[in-house]
Design a protein around this ligand. Sequence first.
Ligand code: ZN
Ligand code: ZN
Length: 293
Amino acid sequence: MINIPTEQLLHWLTDPGQRTFWGFVASAYLLALIWALFNWQERAHFCLRWLKADYWWNPSTRQDYAIILINALLFALMGTATLLLILYVANAVYELLGLLFKPLFLADLHGTISLILFALILILADDLTRYALHRALHWRWLWPIHRFHHNAAVLTPFTFLRVHPLEKLLYQWRTAFVYGGISGSYFFLFGNHAQPMTIFGISASVLLFNLLGANLRHSQVPIQYGKAEQWFISPAQHQHHHSVDGSRYNFGSMLAIWDRMFSSWRDGTHRAELPSHNIPLTDQLLLRYKKTS
Ligand SMILES: [Zn+2]
Ligand SMILES: [Zn+2]
C-alpha cells in the first residue's frame, strides 16, 4: 500500500510555491476588496459572493476539488520526475551544442548582466511556450483534454488546478524542455550554472504576478489593468477566455503580447456567460463527450 502524507495532498493550499497557496488567495481577496471600495455600490456583490458557502461548495467546485486530489495522488509518485527531466534535457542540450559548435569561451562574460539576460529570456520563453501549448490545447483532438478546465461552471481560485492529468503532464514536459534547454545553453556558453539569479528572477516575477491578482483570473471579479491591460493578461481577460463565446481569445498566461501578436487578444471589457452544464467527472476524465454537449 502506498502511503502519501496528507501535506503532500494539501500542498496546493499550504506551499507558498503554489499559486493557490492560502496566503495568495487571501491577498487576492484583499485586492478585490480594495478594487470594490472604489465603486462599492456596483462592485460589492463580487466580494460578498466569496463569503457564501455555496460559492466554494457546489457541483462545479466539487469537481475541482476531486481532480485536485486525483492529480495530487497521481503526481505525488513522480514529484521529482520533472526535476530529473530538466537536468536530463539540460545535459542533452549541452552535449548537442558541444557536438555542433566549438566552445565559445565566454566564461569571462558570466556575471550580473548575463544572468539578468538569462532570467529575462527564461521568463519570455516560459510565457510564450505556455501561450503556444494553451493555444494547441484548444485544437482538435487536444481539446477534449483541455475542455476539462473549461467545463467549470463557477470560477474560484482553485479552478486554476482543475486540469486533466494529461494536460498537467504536457505542462510538466513543457517546463522541462524550456528550463532544461535554456539552462543547458547557458552552461555551454558560460561554463557556469545560472540558478541563483534565475530563481530570484522567476520568484520575483511569480510573486509580482500573484500580487497583481493572478488568483482573480479564476473568480467572478472582473478586474482590468487599465493602460497595462494590453501588456498583461488581466483577470477579466482570462474570465472572457472561460466564457462560451470567448474561448478563442486570450490564451496568454502572464503577458498579453503573444495574443496581440497572433491576433487572439480581446481586452477585459468583453463579458460573456460561463458554460452551465455539468458533465459527470468520469466522462470528463475518460474524454467521453457527446457530440451535442
Ligand atoms: Zn483554454
Ligand atoms: Zn483558466
